[in-house]
Design a protein. Sequence first.
Length: 234
Amino acid sequence: MATGIPSGTTIAAIISSSQITLSQASTQTNTGQTLIVIDQPTAFDAVLVRLINWATNYIQNECGRCFVQQTYTNDTYSIDNPSQEKLQLRNYPIFSISSFQFRAGTVTSPSWTDFIADQYELINPRTDPASGLTYCPSGLIRVYGVLPMIASNMIRATYVGGYPVNWANPEDHNTHWLPGDITNVCENLVVRRFTRRQAAGKNGQTIDGATINWRNALDQEDIDVLGQYKDVHF
């Protein structure tokens, strides 16, 4: 947007740091004009969606858990300690458990058996004051006895876990619980990749005598945030 620039004009090409080509010719001859870009081309929408999905996968892999609330069916666990009485479900916070079982029989012929309801419970459940929902922030289950460890993959659970997400109204805590610091890390990763998408493999760039160097490592603040949400096994 500037004097003499027709409405709907877009940047057709970036020739250099001081020269661009517009999609429509100016109706006036001016110098020293400031151009204001109103919006990005919609062609970037697909790129941004792909980068958001990439950043989401990166965060989930780094933390060893998923964050968006959903039902996890027959999520399987192995027990390593013969006296273990606690198990942390991966995708916490936990809102409900519909099935908690141990495996009898063999690997090829398993017989999944329900724990008796009074044999286990979630540790330190809380009630959210805004929504009234009850949830277990740690995802820890305590079994009154010990968890079986004769073989691997002997425990499985079906549960609703993860943070409720409502991007249409992210300020409504009744429906959107995704922590803001995780959202910020995702945004930082997307911005980093988007601004460098045409400079893959480069450590820096010089424009008009000014040199910009890029750091490949994440910001320490982002590393610290991811560390707070990493899965810890019990």
